[in-house]
Each structure stands twice: as structure tokens, then as C-alpha cells.
Write a protein that binds this ligand. Structure first.
Ligand code: HPA
Length: 280
């Protein structure tokens, strides 16, 4: 494993704080919660919570009164349990124009010993067959922003192989487990756009031509960081709206969040079902 402290000097102090609060042994899996997925944090049992503010390499978040917190504990599904770190709070690139807002988080998780980063997000759907409320397993992505969280990072391993970043073996397991659970899990390509404005209909037509099934403003930077740090990655998108021009609805954050709340229970159920049975 390469030296992540070169890229983020606050990593050793953060790992020390994580170990002090949560234990020397890291969970195998960390789950980064996107918009609409917050209720997963409420399902963590025997939880210990550490605010991001107590973790030096973690970002300072100030949006919507959520300061960010890491919750360590157990998730349960049908009698099976898994120990996970749930991260509520993400620094988005649209807040600053920089793609590396979560660098300290990912590097600290990797240095602590986490092996898998499961990402969740809210996205706009480009597929009529994937209406609002649908879930999509991310198979690949389009980095439309053409920025990297690895700008400024030294060393040859910054040239990360991106040919299979969303772990093929874990994706196959996720699809099989979803089928077993009787849940519909779509598959597709997630296009990362900078935001914070939504897309124009012309931009959505372009993304469709390029092969995207979903569009969103997160996830890709953390995927790049995680692969660079040697973590496996799995990502799930919740469709909160049809993308611009594909329905008569006007797009608004309030509307996407409303759809997300309605779809959250089923989404979080499925995620728990996957997490307890994934074999790393
Ligand atoms: N576009 C970009 N990001 C999003 C969307 C969208 O339509 N919906 C939720 N996040």
C-alpha cells in the first residue's frame, strides 16, 4: 500500500481518532450515504457516532444543518448482521469547484483498514424503463467533469486503472442477492456532472448518446479516490426524477428529495440485504 499521508497529512491523526473512538479493528465495509439514503444511518444498531468535526482529515460540512457524522455499528437483515461504518455527509464538488473534498475521508478509511466502499446517491434517470423510485447498480461511469481528485497527488499509482472500478465480483453478487430478495435492481452507466444546476434537455440528449443511463453530481470522485487507495467499490443510484426534458415535471431539489423519501425504505431494505450477505 502506498503512503497516503503524503497526499493527506492529517490521515495519521484521523486514524488515531477513529481507533480511539471506534476500535483498532476497522469494519471491512464503509457505506457513504447520498441524498435520500440518510435513513440507513437510523438502522445501525449498537452504534457509536463520531462527528466529522472530531476527525481532522474529514471535511467541514455546513449544508442544511448536517455537519456530517460517522456511525459504526451493526446492520441487520433477516437475522444476519454486518459491522459497518456509515458515513452521513459528503462534500460535493459543486460546493467548491474542487473534486477532492472527500480525499481525507477515503484515505483515512483505507489507512484504518476498510476494504470496501459502498456508495449511494440520488440520480436523474435517462431511461423510461427506470422511473423515479428505481434503483440502479452502477456498472461504469462517465466523468463528464474531466476533473480528478488526484490532481496534485504524486507517484506512479496516480495513473489508476479505471477499466473495472465498480467491482465486477461484488456487482455479480449484488445482482444475485437482489434477485433472491425479489427486488428490481437495474444496471447502468452513471454520468458525473458538476452541478449544482440541473442539466438542460440538450445535455441530457448528449449524455444519452454517450451511453449514460443515469446522471448525478457525486460518487465519481470518491470512486477514483477509493480505487487509488486500494479499496473495492460498489455503487447504487436511486432515481429521484426523470432527467431534464424526459418528463413534464420541473426539476427542483425539493422535488427530488420528496421522491427520495418515498423510495427510501425499499432502497435501504435492499441495501441492508446486500450488505449482510456480500462476501469480500
Ligand atoms: N441531475 C443531476 N443530479 C441529480 C439529478 C438530476 O436530474 N437528480 C438527482 N441528482
Amino acid at each position: 500500500m502506498h503512503d497516503l499521508t503524503q497526499a493527506t497529512p492529517a490521515v495519521p491523526a484521523t486514524v488515531q481518532a477513529l481507533q480511539q473512538h471506534l476500535g483498532v479493528r476497522a469494519p471491512e465495509c464503509a457505506v457513504l450515504l447520498g441524498s435520500g439514503w440518510g435513513s440507513l444511518a437510523d438502522r445501525v444498531e449498537d452504534a457509536i457516532t463520531v462527528p466529522y468535526a472530531e476527525l481532522p482529515a474529514f471535511p467541514h460540512l455546513a449544508v442544511g444543518g448536517h455537519a456530517g457524522a460517522l456511525k459504526l455499528g451493526n446492520l441487520q437483515h433477516q437475522g444476519r448482521r454486518v459491522r459497518v461504518a456509515v458515513l452521513a455527509g459528503r462534500k460535493h464538488a459543486y460546493e467548491t469547484g474542487e473534486a477532492d473534498g472527500m480525499k481525507g475521508v477515503v484515505h483515512s478509511l483505507a489507512a484504518w483498514g476498510v476494504k470496501l466502499l459502498v456508495q449511494t446517491n440520488a440520480a436523474g434517470s435517462l431511461e423510461a424503463a427506470m422511473p423515479p423510485g428505481s434503483l440502479m447498480l452502477v456498472e461504469d461511469h462517465l466523468n463528464m467533469v474531466q476533473r480528478s481528485p488526484l490532481f496534485g497527488v504524486a507517484g506512479d499509482d496516480r495513473f489508476v486503472d479505471m477499466s473495472a472500478v465498480y467491482d465486477p465480483a461484488l456487482r455479480a453478487q449484488a445482482l444475485a442477492l437482489a434477485a433472491q430478495a425479489g427486488a428490481t435492481l437495474h444496471r447502468g452507466v452513471y454520468a458525473w456532472v458538476m452541478g449544482p444546476q440541473f442539466e438542460t434537455p440538450a445535455e441530457i440528449r448528449m449524455l444519452k448518446m454517450l451511453g449514460a443511463q443515469a446522471v448525478g453530481m457525486s460518487t465519481v470522485p470518491e470512486t477514483i479516490l477509493a480505487r487509488h487507495a486500494g479499496l473495492r467499490v460498489l455503487a447504487l443510484s436511486m432515481m429521484t426524477n426523470m432527467a431534464a426534458g424526459l418528463s413534464d415535471e420541473n426539476l427542483s431539489h425539493a422535488h427530488t428529495m420528496q421522491t427520495a423519501r418515498a423510495a427510501a425504505d425499499a432502497a435501504v431494505d435492499l441495501l441492508c440485504a446486500l450488505l449482510v450477505d456480500l462476501k469480500l
